[in-house]
Design a protein around this ligand. Sequence first.
Ligand code: ZN
Length: 292
Amino acid sequence: MPRTITVNLQTVTPIWTGDVDRTSDQVRETGLMGSVRWWTEVLIRGLGGYACDPTGDDRCAFDEEAFRRTGQAEDGLRDVCPACRLFGCTGWSSKLRLVVTDGQGGYEVNLNRAGVPFTMNFFELKPTLPQERWLLIKAVWLIVRYGSIGGKTPLKPPGQPDYGLVVPVSPLRLPRLTRDQVSTWLADLMAASPPLQRRQERAHPDWPDLRFFFFNDKTWLDLGKINEVMRSDSSGFLSGRRGVSKKVFSFQKGNRFWGYTRDEEMLDGVLGTLQRLGIRDTRTGEEVISEL
Ligand SMILES: [Zn+2]
């Protein structure tokens, strides 16, 4: 019987799921799945693996020809990154379908409010590997412990509602694997695919990688402090000046902020600024990886 991976959560703030009040379930689920996928990609890269940018030119595609020759899905997947293997790419549909239910299994759930219990049910459409389930659940762990879920977690003037904070209401259930075992699996996938290795070498340095993140679950940043942090990076990466989205997200209600830089040097600059502002207890991505 196909497995269902369930995660029981509760909103701390509304979750932005793409519409004001009445969002179709499909839009909402697609948005939440996109967010879980994003964190999974971040995690894969942080563990030294390769995850493509599914919206970019260098994204993965299932090799139909290789598949037709042998009839083995694995042959079509050889050069497909681990994120696309799980969540799908051109020619290969996702192994999971997300359905959100309320605490009792009902389908009427309004995530645009705080304090709403809900369950993310990931229905297996194709068999998943323990390593993939580990990555999925750890991505959810990153979201609840340090991050946020859904779109619209931008910079807002103080007083505006925060979006996307959730807490678990029951322990996250993980496959019995260590971080090292999953890292080894990711390395093995790379070793088996020279095209993936080449794509990793030319991966864009702006792609988010957990190693270069920063997290704080003790305090939030007001707009003035956010601007200070952004000023520590003259390249404009953090502020999104170069036409990309901003990289610092602060939550007054949750006493939390997180963000990401593109490399160690930029991360050091941010950490220095935070220290100068008297903000303690900021954790680096490397430190969070060691908690996984
Ligand atoms: Zn991919």
